[in-house]
Design a protein around this ligand. Structure first.
Ligand SMILES: Cc1cc2nc3c(=O)[nH]c(=O)nc-3n(C[C@H](O)[C@H](O)[C@H](O)COP(=O)(O)O)c2cc1C
Length: 373
């Protein structure tokens, strides 16, 4: 599997996750497995074009990071094209991924995000604009999307076909509908169907890779060219090392002890503090503490204290108070973390599905911040 001129050591991509896959998170993952594709958290095309201090900060890559992969959200062909041109022209990225899977009501209500693939002409116009902007700079464009809005309106195959026709470098399918949100099992059969329909470009499967063996199974069952890993690596950046081992046919090391996991947690917190400043970082890090502790028998009270941590010193004290010899409970890797909710009621503009061939451009001018995909 290649993305542009970059060939990862194994065909594994870190899923873009808003509020999570920033530079410190990616650094932690890269320490366990250099040479993979680690995608930055999503930024909004409008914020890139108009300039926005928060977005600038979000687009931080470390000096040694290759490839610099960034996910952009935009449903207006002109705005997205301009954002891509600015990013590529300034030499800030090596790879752009576009998000067509965002189920947030705020955007689908206007016809953006996961609503776009229902309108093939709009999808094509957006891709054409982004690829025309990126191609002069040699930057590959990939897209990530869901199966469709609902089970009764599946669009993954048409989306994949249009992407291949327009020159998209690779496609990634989160094998759930927007309506499903994060509930239920991902439908890997849809990944196999997509690969069969779009043989000419790499197809990446996404959904429910919790352990390295899941990636091996997904590739075997679906014939996909690679995998995109989301929630399974939350609090478990060593999953990428496990994936390298498993995909090379080698045995996967046992999960770390609590002491080892806490050492990684402490290092991650320090990187985040250096990136965001102590106050903001420690508030943001609270969610990570709960992910790092998932599956270790530490008890509710200490878990609660971790989730209120406000300084690096406090974090160190809490770590000193846990038993480092604890091991993960059986099946602890598969305990769901991050988003788990669904199904949701998909919000769409009035009459949106009446004319699927139209080219009405969603208004995402005021969408400056979003979470999800
Ligand atoms: C906290 C969180 C934030 C997410 N943000 C994005 C995002 O910005 N863009 C995107 O395409 N997907 C986003 N997703 C979806 C993931 O990239 C992935 O498609 C989804 O979690 C399914 O994969 P998994 O089962 O491996 O987690 C997000 C998921 C989570 C849990």
């Amino acid at each position: 599997m290649k993305i542009g001129s970059f060939t990862p050591s194994v065909p594994v991509v870190l899923a873009p996750m808003a509020g999570v896959t920033n530079a410190p998170f990616r650094t932690m993952c890269r320490r366990f497995a250099p040479g993979l594709v680690y995608v930055n958290e999503m930024v909004m095309a409008t914020a890139v074009v108009h300039g926005n201090a928060k977005t600038e900060k979000m687009m931080t890559f470390t000096a040694d990071e290759v490839p610099r992969s960034l996910q952009v959200y935009g449903s207006d062909p002109v705005m997205l094209g301009e954002a891509v041109r600015m990013l590529c022209g300034a030499g800030r990225v090596d790879h752009i991924d576009i998000n067509f899977g965002c189920p947030a009501a705020k955007v689908t209500r206007k016809g953006g995000g996961a609503a776009v693939p229902a309108k093939p002409n709009l999808l094509r116009a957006i891709l054409r604009s982004a690829i025309a902007a990126a191609t002069p700079y040699g930057v590959p464009v990939t897209i990530k999307f869901r199966k469709g809005l609902y089970d009764s309106l599946l669009t993954h195959v048409t989306t994949g076909r249009i992407a291949a026709e327009e020159g998209v470098a690779a496609i990634a399918l989160h094998a759930r509908t927007a309506e499903q949100h994060y509930a239920g099992a991902a439908d890997w059969s849809a990944i196999g169907e997509l690969k069969a329909a779009v043989p000419e470009i790499p197809v990446l499967g996404n959904g429910d890779i919790w352990e390295a063996s899941d990636a091996v199974a997904m590739m075997r069952e679906t014939g996909c060219d690679g995998v995109v890993v989301g929630r399974g690596c939350l609090g478990r950046p060593w999953l990428f090392r496990d994936l390298v081992e498993a995909l090379n046919g080698r045995p996967v090391p046992p999960s770390p002890s609590l002491g080892e996991a806490c050492a990684v947690m402490a290092e991650h917190a320090r990187l985040l503090a250096a990136h965001l400043g102590d106050d903001l970082a420690m508030r943001d890090f609270r969610k990570h503490t709960s992910w790092y502790l998932t599956g270790y028998p530490v008890g509710g009270e200490i878990r609660r204290q971790f989730s209120n941590v406000s300084t690096l010193g406090e974090l160190d004290d809490l770590i000193a108070a846990v038993d480092p010899a604890h091991t993960l409970v059986a099946g602890g890797e598969r305990i769901r973390r991050g988003h788990t909710n669904g199904p949701i009621k998909v919000a769409l503009p009035h009459g949106y599905l009446d004319h699927l061939d139209d080219l009405v451009v969603p208004d995402d001018a005021d969408v400056m911040a979003l979470s999800g995909g």
